[in-house]
Ligand binder design. Structure first.
Ligand code: ZN
Ligand code: ZN
Length: 486
C-alpha cells in the first residue's frame, strides 16, 4: 500500500507544475512548511526545480532553498546545476556545484538525468573558457561509457571551440556518425571564429552535399568566415544562397554583412547597406560600422554611427570608449574631454575589466591593477620583465588606448596592468612552451594590449589565445588571427 505522502505526491507535482509565478510558489512553499509535508524531500525538490528552471522562476530563491537541503537527491542537483547554467554571465557556479555533487557520492551517473547535467556543465565550461575541466568531463564521459549522443557531442564541439581548442572540436565532429544542422553549424561557427575560413567554407559545402539543410546559425558561421578574410563576393553569394534556401536574414546576419564590407574597407557600401536594411539596425550594427570607420579612418560615417549608438545605448561605456579612441587617434582632445563629460553626465556605469586563465583546472581571475592574487609579487616581476623586453623590441605604448582606462578603472592605471596582461603574465609564470596560454576577457581587448600580446608571442615564443567579448585572438609569432580588426 502506498504511504500517505506517496498518495500526495502527484497532486503536489501538478500543483507546482501549474504554478503561474514565484509569488504563488512562495505561498505554496510557506503552506508546505506549516503542514506535515514540510520536510518532504519530494515536495521541496519540486519547489526547487520550479524556482531554478522555470521561466518565471527565481534562481536566488532556488539557491537559498538548496542550501537548506541536508542531502540533496540527484534530481535536486540536476535542477540546481541546470538552473545555474541558464544564468547569463554565470559560468563558475554550475562547475563548482558539479564538483560538489561528485564529491558527495553521485559519481556513477548513467541515467538520462546525467546527460542533462553533463550538457549543462559542458556549456558552463564553454562560457568560462575552462578547457581543462571541459576535457576532464569529456574523459569522464568516455570512462563511464556514457553514450555520446547528438546533443552531448554538439555541446563538446561548442565547448572546445569556445575554449580555443578547435582541433579537439574537429575531432569530436569527425567522430560523429549522425550530424544534425546544429552539429554542422557549431563546427562551422567554431572554425569561423578561429579564423579557419577555408575549412569553414569547405565544411559548408560538405553540409550541403550531405543534404542537411543549413539554418540561421550555419549562415552566421559562413558569413562571418567570409568577413574574416575579406571575401566580399563570396559573402554576397552566400547571402543569396541563404535567401534561396528560405532562411530569412536576422539582425546577426545583417551584422555579418556590415562587418564583411567594413573589413574590406568598403565603408560607403556598408553605410548604404545599413540604411537600406528592412529592419531597424540595432546597436551591434552601428558598433560594427563605428569600428570599421575607426580602422579605415573614415570620419563622417563614424560620427553618424556613433550618434546612433549613443542614442540606442547611452549607458554602455564601451561606446564612449570607441568614440573617444577615434577622436584621440585624430588628436581631437577637446572631443575626447567632451566624451568623458558625457559619460559622467549620463552616469555611465563603468564595467570593471576582468580576465581569467585556467591553470591545472583552477580558474584564476584578475581585474585591472589587481593586487589580490597570492602570487602578485611574482606576477609583477614578470610584468616588469615583459615591459622591458617589449620596450627593447621597439614598442611605444598607444596613447589613444589610455582612454581604455575610463572603462577599466576610474583611477589612473598603467596600461601594463590591464587585466589580460596580469593573466598572460601569470600563464607565462606557471606554464612553459609549447603549452598555449588561454585567457578569457569580459571586454574588448584594447589596442595597446593587442599590440603588446603580439610582441610577447614573438619574443617569448609563446602561443597566446585571448577570447574577448567580441572574438578570438590567436597570437603566434608576432601576428594575430584577427588581422588587427576587432
Ligand atoms: Zn589593455
Ligand atoms: Zn587580434
Amino acid at each position: 500500500m502506498p504511504s500517505p505522502t506517496q498518495i500526495l505526491e502527484d497532486p503536489i507535482n501538478s500543483l507546482i507544475k501549474r504554478c503561474p509565478d514565484m509569488r504563488t510558489l512562495r505561498q505554496i512553499h510557506a503552506h508546505f512548511l506549516k503542514s506535515p509535508l514540510g520536510s518532504s524531500s519530494y515536495a521541496l525538490s519540486k519547489i526547487l526545480a520550479f524556482s531554478a528552471l522555470s521561466a518565471s522562476g527565481d534562481i536566488a530563491y532556488a539557491r537559498r532553498l538548496f542550501a537548506q537541503f541536508p542531502n540533496p537527491n540527484v534530481f535536486s542537483w540536476n535542477s540546481m546545476i541546470r538552473g545555474c547554467s541558464l544564468v547569463p554571465e554565470q559560468s563558475k557556479e554550475p562547475i563548482s556545484l558539479y564538483k560538489r555533487m561528485l564529491r558527495s557520492g553521485f559519481a556513477h551517473p548513467n541515467s538520462f538525468t546525467v546527460a542533462f547535467v553533463l550538457k549543462a556543465v559542458i556549456s558552463a565550461c564553454a562560457k568560462a573558457g575552462a578547457l581543462d575541466l571541459g576535457r576532464w568531463v569529456h574523459a569522464f564521459i568516455d570512462r563511464k561509457g556514457i553514450e555520446l549522443d547528438l546533443e552531448l557531442s554538439t555541446a563538446l564541439i561548442d565547448m572546445y571551440a569556445k575554449c580555443g581548442a578547435i582541433e579537439k572540436a574537429r575531432e569530436v565532429f569527425d567522430g560523429m556518425d549522425v550530424r544534425d544542422p546544429m552539429a554542422w553549424s557549431s563546427m562551422i561557427v567554431g572554425l569561423a571564429i578561429h579564423g579557419h575560413v577555408k575549412d569553414a567554407l569547405e565544411l559548408f559545402t560538405a553540409m550541403l552535399d550531405s543534404q542537411v539543410k543549413p539554418n540561421h546559425v550555419t549562415f552566421i558561421g559562413v558569413l562571418s568566415a567570409c568577413a574574416h578574410s575579406g571575401l566580399v563576393s563570396d559573402g554576397r553569394r552566400y547571402w543569396s544562397t541563404m535567401q534561396e534556401l528560405g532562411v530569412a536574414p536576422l539582425m546577426e546576419h545583417y551584422g555579418c554583412m556590415v562587418d564583411l564590407l567594413c573589413r574590406a574597407g568598403r565603408l560607403e557600401e556598408a553605410y548604404t547597406f545599413v540604411n537600406d536594411m528592412p529592419i531597424v539596425p540595432n546597436s551591434v550594427i552601428w558598433r560594427t560600422l563605428l569600428v570599421g570607420c575607426k580602422n579605415s579612418r573614415t570620419f563622417d560615417e563614424a560620427e553618424t554611427a556613433a550618434e546612433q549608438l549613443l542614442q540606442l545605448e547611452p549607458l554602455n561605456a564601451e561606446n564612449y570608449v570607441l568614440l573617444s579612441n577615434l577622436y584621440a587617434s585624430r588628436c581631437q582632445w577637446d572631443k575626447v574631454r567632451q566624451m568623458r563629460k558625457k559619460m559622467k553626465d549620463h552616469g555611465v556605469k563603468v564595467v570593471p575589466g576582468g580576465s581569467s586563465t585556467e591553470i591545472d583546472g583552477f580558474v584564476h581571475e584578475f581585474t585591472v591593477a589587481d593586487d589580490t592574487h597570492p602570487e602578485i609579487k611574482e606576477i609583477r616581476e614578470m610584468l616588469r620583465d615583459i615591459a622591458e623586453r617589449v620596450r627593447r623590441a621597439g614598442h611605444e605604448p598607444w596613447t589613444s588606448a589610455v582612454l581604455h582606462d575610463v572603462v577599466e578603472v576610474e583611477k589612473q592605471s598603467a596600461l601594463c596592468e590591464h587585466s589580460e596582461r596580469l593573466a598572460i603574465a601569470y600563464g607565462m609564470l606557471k606554464t612553459e612552451a609549447p603549452v598555449v596560454i588561454r585567457v578569457v576577457k569580459n571586454l574588448r581587448v584594447c589596442g595597446d594590449c593587442h599590440e603588446v600580446t603580439k610582441i610577447i608571442s614573438q619574443i617569448y615564443d609563446r602561443e597566446i589565445i585571448v577570447r574577448d567579448r567580441v572574438r578570438f585572438h590567436r597570437f603566434v609569432n608576432g601576428t594575430c588571427s584577427c588581422s588587427d580588426f576587432w
